[in-house]
Design a protein. Structure first.
Ligand code: GMT
Length: 375
């Protein structure tokens, strides 16, 4: 099949998922055309049936904010025609779904039919999408897509609760590629980070407020008072300087390493003992799944879809958002008991296998087949 994928090119979850999906689809013989304003971060290798089309946003003195959605719709029209796409899969409702639907209307006037599949990822529904000025457009885009998927049951209920939806939403959970994400022997790296056998805690995100990275530091502070430990922070974003300040205030800077944005996350996860994700909202928690695939148990909040990924008391622990004391206590209960850590590592891996790319890929493919048949 010839598939167009519209996505955010950043390290954010929706962009990562969309890129990995496109890569997997190309490996099974499909032709995949990525459309975005930048080369997707995880599109790091060449394949003859993967294409990237950059959306150029022309500037003009009148524009304070150049209209990305218009440029994107125009690019979609161009690529659907030139690559003879059969289906468009857009990730994150704003503005990808409405831009794709505009392109669909334009193409219809030229007698070209292109079905649009929209995947809802999280903050497009739970946060930004609820803004009064976006809500009607998000509702309309969901109702008018040919198929809509959500990455968790929790996100599906949030969508039905907060938007005026008159159609079905299919839940297709996020997935993991075990060929890439698995625990690798990286003893030299572990020794470099924790030369005295300290336990290694890790967090990865885009450092937005919703991730509550400050809580990660507070939890780590309580843990490091009890056992020798280190904290690795992967990613970057608007909260970075606040987080650095919390580290200084708590006097833990020497034990905390900011690694910035990283490509080979699986290499880092391979040396870690515990993953911390205390988010305010989290539709799924792809980063937690990546950790589990590398045999790292997860301490997280019970926000959104996290309880569909992490099994409380088996692959890690869930807590109320903001309950730093409990998250620290749960962390210590795992890190101070080698047998428990060993068991939780194995359980995390077993649980992650439920989200194997090999099983999830066919779910997306059958959605494509359905909408192509219906068009
Ligand atoms: O804020 C983020 O975490 C990035 C965001 C995105 O859309 O780029 O991630 C969302 O989509 C991921 C992939 O489906 C989910 O695993 C994340 O849970 C979700 N983030 C939130 O709901 C906050």
């Amino acid at each position: 099949m010839r598939i167009g994928i519209v996505l955010y090119p950043t390290f954010g979850g929706s962009g990562v998922l969309a890129t990995e999906l496109g890569k997997a689809l190309s490996k099974t013989g499909n032709e995949v055309h990525f459309i975005s304003y930048n080369q997707p971060a995880r599109l790091d290798f060449f394949m003859e049936n993967i294409f990237f089309h950059e959306v150029i946003i022309p500037q003009y003195p009148l524009f304070e904010h150049a209209p990305y959605e218009t440029a994107l719709a125009g690019k979609i029209v161009e690529i659907v025609k030139s690559a003879r796409l059969e289906v468009l899969h857009v990730h994150y409702a704003i503005p990808h779904a409405s831009a794709a639907l505009l392109a669909k209307q334009i193409l219809l006037e030229q007698n070209i039919k292109i079905p649009v599949v929209t995947t809802l990822h999280g903050t497009d529904i739970t946060l930004v999408g609820r803004e009064a000025s976006y809500e009607p457009v998000v509702s309309w885009s969901i109702n008018n897509s040919d198929a809509v998927t959500a990455v968790s049951e929790s996100l599906k209920s949030d969508t039905l609760e907060h938007f005026k939806i008159r159609r079905g939403i299919i839940v297709i959970p996020n997935f993991i590629d075990f060929e890439r994400f698995n625990k690798k022997p990286r003893e030299h790296f572990k020794k470099a980070i924790a030369p005295n056998g300290e336990k290694i805690l890790v967090h990865t995100s885009n450092f937005r407020k919703v991730k509550r990275v400050g809580d990660v530091i507070q939890i780590f502070n309580l843990v490091q008072k009890e056992i020798p430990s280190k904290l690795l922070l992967i990613g970057d974003g608007p909260e970075r300087s606040n987080i650095e300040k919390i580290c200084r205030d708590l006097d833990v800077c020497e034990k905390v390493t900011f690694l910035g944005k990283q490509e080979a996350i699986e290499e880092i996860l391979s040396v870690c003992d515990l993953f911390i994700l205390p988010s305010e909202k989290e539709s799924f928690g792809l980063s937690a799944l990546e950790a589990m695939a590398c045999e790292v148990p997860v301490i997280c909040s019970n926000a959104g879809g996290l309880s569909e990924v992490v099994v409380d008391g088996v692959t890690g622990y869930l807590s109320e958002t903001g309950d730093i004391e409990k998250m620290a206590k749960d962390s210590l209960s795992i890190l101070t008991n080698d047998e428990k850590l060993f068991d939780f590592r194995k359980n995390a891996l077993e649980r992650a296998k439920n989200f194997d790319l090999k099983n999830i890929l066919s779910l997306y493919y059958s959605v494509y087949q359905d909408v192509v048949l219906d068009k």
